[in-house]
Design a protein around this ligand. Structure first.
Ligand SMILES: Nc1ncnc2c1ncn2[C@@H]1O[C@H](COP(=O)(O)OP(=O)(O)OP(=O)(O)O)[C@@H](O)[C@H]1O
Ligand SMILES: [Mg+2]
Length: 304
């Protein structure tokens, strides 16, 4: 491990055991994420993105290779690594405030300190006035903010996010992305973020990783300069440098998809990869029992 490296993935390969024999999810993956860095990952559906994230989270034991966090081998989930999944991992019977404080209650953080942390996160995520509401009284975008705030509340060094905004509408998504950019800058977290949107990956990331189709490996690493100065969508769209990077990433992911398919067009060029083929994976412990129905993605084309 080099100084400043938070997460180090070394020669990671994963196979799932199935009734038809082993399924190779990933090729060998080597990856180092520096402390405070925001790394985004794009790649075709089924290429092994979630598999890699789950291994970093400690939900899944790698078939081969090692993963360390702060130099210590990852063997199980830990409080140093918070996870935000695509399915809203919030508790329907708890208010917004008590959802955010849930992890703190489990960790026996004193009430006063809990209240301070929750108040700050409510403010940062734009949920002021909704502390006493229940999840069913919120919009999808607000529920997703609660999920983000809940993960942040435990103050993990590392936040792992698996398509956290896939289920919200395009306009809400822009707001959530800007909020996330601000939140990560304000709290200096190390973030690993999976998405199907090229624009989202470039907008949020310090570095964008592109994976090949399954068994996935990292085929390109694209540096994105300038996140430190803050980002909003208007300036991102007007920035020729950023648009150039987005085009480059798009070309790289398209190669993996095979023949180019017609792209969808919406508020943010919702260039998406893969198909609606759902990965038949199991939920991590946190999400168990709260799984909704599969969330619809805007995805064009067929897998390669
Ligand atoms: N529990 C499992 N048992 C067997 N095979 C699995 C399991 N979970 C995932 N797979 C397979 O491993 C491969 C990688 O799955 P993974 O969920 O990591 O893909 P992904 O890149 O996250 O895809 P998506 O973009 O659709 O979420 C897929 O072919 C998937 O079918
Ligand atoms: Mg996935």
């Amino acid at each position: 491990m080099t100084a400043g490296e938070k997460i180090v993935v070394s020669k990671f390969r994963h196979f799932y055991a199935t009734a038809d024999g082993p399924v190779q999810a990933t090729e060998a993956i080597d990856l180092a994420i520096r402390a405070g860095e925001f790394v985004t990952l794009v790649g075709p559906s089924g290429c092994g993105k979630t598999t890699l994230l789950k291994a970093i989270a400690g939900f899944l034991r790698p078939t081969e290779g090692t993963i360390t966090c702060d130099g210590k081998p990852v063997r199980e989930p830990g409080r140093d690594r918070g996870v935000v999944f695509q399915e809203f991992a919030i508790l329907p019977w708890r208010t917004v405030g008590r959802n955010i404080s849930h992890g703190l209650e489990i960790a026996r953080v004193p009430r006063e300190k809990r209240e301070t942390i929750v108040a700050r996160l409510i403010e940062l995520t734009g949920l002021a006035g909704f502390e006493q509401r229940y999840p069913h009284e919120l919009s999808g975008g607000m529920r997703q903010r609660v999920a983000v705030a809940r993960t942040w509340a435990a103050d993990p060094d590392v936040i792992l996010m698996d398509e956290p905004f896939a289920a919200v509408d395009a306009m809400t998504r822009l707001t959530l992305q800007e909020e996330l950019a601000r939140l990560t800058a304000a709290t200096k977290k190390t973030v690993f973020f999976i998405t199907h949107s090229v624009d989202e990956a470039v907008f949020l990331g310090d570095r964008v990783l592109v994976m090949t189709r399954r068994p996935g490996k990292i085929k390109a690493v694209i540096e994105v300069p300038g996140r430190a100065s803050g980002r909003d969508w208007e300036s991102f769209k007007l920035d020729a440098g950023m648009q150039g990077i987005a085009e480059k990433v798009l070309r790289l992911v398209r190669e993996e998809r095979g023949a180019a398919a017609p792209s969808t067009s919406d508020a943010q060029r919702a260039e998406t990869i893969g198909s609606q083929q759902a990965a038949g994976d199991s939920l991590p412990p946190e999400g168990r029992g709260m799984r909704g129905h599969p969330v619809a993605h805007v995805r064009d084309g067929d897998p390669g």
